[in-house]
Design a binder for this molecule. Structure first.
Ligand SMILES: Nc1ncnc2c1ncn2[C@@H]1O[C@H](COP(=O)(O)OP(=O)(O)OP(=O)(O)O)[C@@H](O)[C@H]1O
Ligand SMILES: [Mg+2]
Ligand SMILES: [Zn+2]
Length: 260
């Protein structure tokens, strides 16, 4: 109760000040004047900027500021596969409210390093958060997130908190899936799932599959490489995703395009 009283006082104080000292431009959110609470006839409710601010903080923890990432517009479509990738990304953003209910409600950008897979998946996510199409978009850079999960796997509270965050997200973006299993465009020896993978990444992908939650993947693995790692898991990813495969080769490496 004390907390609620404090919030009420803050909201009221901010509203009063708005006409004198603070102008509208001083607030990131003019609806709640940065208190994240709005007073309605039925009491206090959270402002729409609340979930957005949590998502922003989560992205920033992994070093990505959604305000500063490259846009989908700046992705150049210079051949068939980049044309397909860009149009799928744009379609996904524009039609997400319908797509999310379909069975094939995910995207997978696979293959050649430097082909702009991360550019696209991050660009889509940033678009969602900024536009509030779907504020609870979680960015999961695979290696960093797995490290965190593996460290937490024996502390059950933290482990379940992290698993929950990834399984419950309205949209999950897994960037660079199985990066640790690829070297020089090939699967490393013993690239099958480890016990830690089974405890950390498998339950996330499985739960999302069962609950038909949309997931976007980027990975250096091709569909065949995913199948070689684990057939059942690959099946789930490929079945639910609209897949773009950037074939291995210089023609799909944007960083190296001047040498092709
Ligand atoms: N078609 C494109 N148009 C504009 N910029 C691009 C394009 N493709 C890639 N880039 C740029 O090239 C760089 C490498 O792209 P990115 O990191 O997205 O590749 P990636 O496919 O994720 O590679 P990796 O498999 O190594 O993670 C980025 O700066 C990205 O913005
Ligand atoms: Mg990448
Ligand atoms: Zn607000």
């Amino acid at each position: 109760m004390e907390t609620l009283d404090r919030i009420m006082r803050q909201v009221k104080a901010n509203t009063k000040h708005s006409t004198s000292r603070n102008s509208k431009a001083d607030y990131n959110c003019t609806k709640c004047r940065d208190t994240t609470w709005i007073e309605t006839e039925n009491g206090m409710r959270r402002c729409s900027c609340y979930e957005k601010s949590i998502s922003f903080r989560r992205w920033e923890r992994f070093g990505v500021n959604p305000q500063k990432v490259k846009s989908i517009k700046s992705y150049q479509d210079y051949n068939e596969v980049t044309k397909k990738a860009k149009s799928l990304a744009i379609n996904y953003i524009q039609n997400f409210q319908a797509i999310k209910h379909e069975e094939e409600n995910g995207l997978a950008f696979l293959g050649q390093p430097g082909s702009g897979k991360s550019h696209l998946v991050i660009g889509i996510g940033a678009n969602f958060i900024k536009g509030v199409i779907c504020p609870n978009v979680i960015y999961m850079p695979y290696l960093e997130a797995m490290k965190e999960l593996k460290c937490a796997q024996f502390e059950s509270d933290e482990y379940f908190r992290l698993l929950n965050k990834y399984t419950k997200a309205d949209l999950l973006i897994i960037d660079d899936l199985f990066k640790d299993k690829v070297k020089n465009r090939e699967l490393r020896e013993n690239a099958e799932l480890t016990e830690a993978d089974t405890r950390c990444i498998l339950p996330i992908i499985n739960q999302r599959y069962i609950n038909n939650k949309p997931t976007i993947y980027s990975s250096e693995c091709t569909p065949n490489m995913l199948l070689d790692i684990d057939e059942a898991l690959a099946g789930r990813i490929l079945e639910r995703s609209n897949v773009v495969v950037f074939k291995y080769g210089l023609e799909n490496n944007y960083r190296m395009r001047k040498f092709k």
